[in-house]
Design a protein around this ligand. Structure first.
Ligand SMILES: [Zn+2]
Length: 111
């Protein structure tokens, strides 16, 4: 399962950022997921407790911020909302655009 291995990666990033002797449980992990990242946030939420089992993040809540997909269209020169990479520019119908945001998956913070 793709999302489960992503959860493991998220946990690895969080753990690596903590001091090694950090004794406390992690209570919250905040991540940002782009609409175009190809990740299902619901599956991520569901997978997280499985990945976090028997780690210091076992009791942690996963807080997910969705980053809107935005692109700049090179044909019509407009900034447009893109919900998937198979979607054409909603203004001119071409695929001649560059993604500005929405492809990311990153850890924002943890407590
Ligand atoms: Zn366009």
């Amino acid at each position: 399962m793709h999302e489960l291995s992503l959860c493991v990666q998220i946990l690895n990033i969080v753990m690596a950022a903590l001091p090694e002797d950090h004794p406390e449980q992690i209570s919250i992990i905040r991540i940002a997921v782009g609409e175009l990242a190809g990740v299902d946030a619901d599956v991520l939420r569901y997978s997280f407790p499985i990945a976090a089992r028997q780690t210091r993040a076992e009791m942690a809540r996963l807080e997910i911020t969705i980053v809107t997909g935005m692109a700049e269209c090179l044909s019509c020169g407009q900034k447009v909302r893109i919900k998937s990479r198979s979607q054409a520019c909603p203004l001119c119908g071409t695929f001649n655009y560059v993604i500005l945001q929405g492809e990311e998956l990153r850890v924002r913070s943890a407590e």
